[in-house]
Design a protein. Structure first.
Length: 211
């Protein structure tokens, strides 16, 4: 007997970042007023979905988004997972203007101790494997970050795990080049096989924007 199991990777809502820095894993970066309002719109859109669980990255912006998304589903407890956290990079805290020459490649040449796309996918797959086993046949929301979703999609589409695919997802049939705030990338599994590569869909939610 087959069961369709869905993992909904949702990017957090817009962040309050007045100085336009790469905030990464820095503490204290929560949602902007616009982000809060848009997250409530997204929550309304998901209100009738039958959710099995809601997970979140430890970062504040993801936790706030998850709280809003889960609120209509009163029986669900939000669980944190470090496997959904923002990527580790030496560039966090630096103004975006100073990093423009990198063209958002925060991986190449960063050296030992910092994540590469394959590392990001490896931890995300550990989360997915556990969610598939615990919520077989269900629908799990995982609030996470743009790069995590990007490389999850790169993996699921069978592309090489290289930084160059960041910002180019639209070249591979997706609606956006990079996951929009509050967008959902669904990983859909039709068997319990550990080796199954999921089918993927991507959609913007009510309240999401192009970045």
């Amino acid at each position: 007997m087959t069961h369709t199991t869905e993992i909904l990777l949702m990017r957090h809502a817009q962040v309050d970042n007045p100085h336009n820095i790469l905030y990464g894993r820095l503490p204290g970066f929560g949602l902007s007023k616009e982000g809060m309002a848009n997250a409530h719109l997204a929550a309304r859109a998901l209100k009738r979905e039958k959710l099995s669980a809601v997970f979140t990255s430890p970062q504040k912006r993801a936790r706030q988004t998850a709280q809003i998304i889960a609120a209509p589903h009163t029986a669900l407890k939000i669980c944190r997972s470090h496997q959904l956290m923002e990527v580790g990079t030496p560039y966090q805290g630096k103004p975006a203007q100073q990093l423009a020459h990198l063209k958002e490649d925060f991986y190449t040449g960063t050296g030992c101790g910092y994540e590469q796309p394959a590392d990001v996918v490896a931890r995300l797959r550990r989360f997915v494997d556990k969610a598939r086993k615990k919520y077989t046949g269900g629908k799990t929301v995982a609030v996470t970050h743009g790069d995590v979703i990007t490389f999850a999609l790169v993996w699921a589409l069978g592309l090489p795990l290289e930084p160059g695919y960041k910002g180019r997802l639209d070249e591979h049939g997706l609606a956006d080049a990079y996951p929009a705030p509050l967008s959902i990338a669904t990983l859909r599994f039709h068997t319990n096989a550990a080796t199954e590569i999921p089918a993927v869909t991507y959609r913007r939610q009510a309240g999401s924007s192009s970045r």
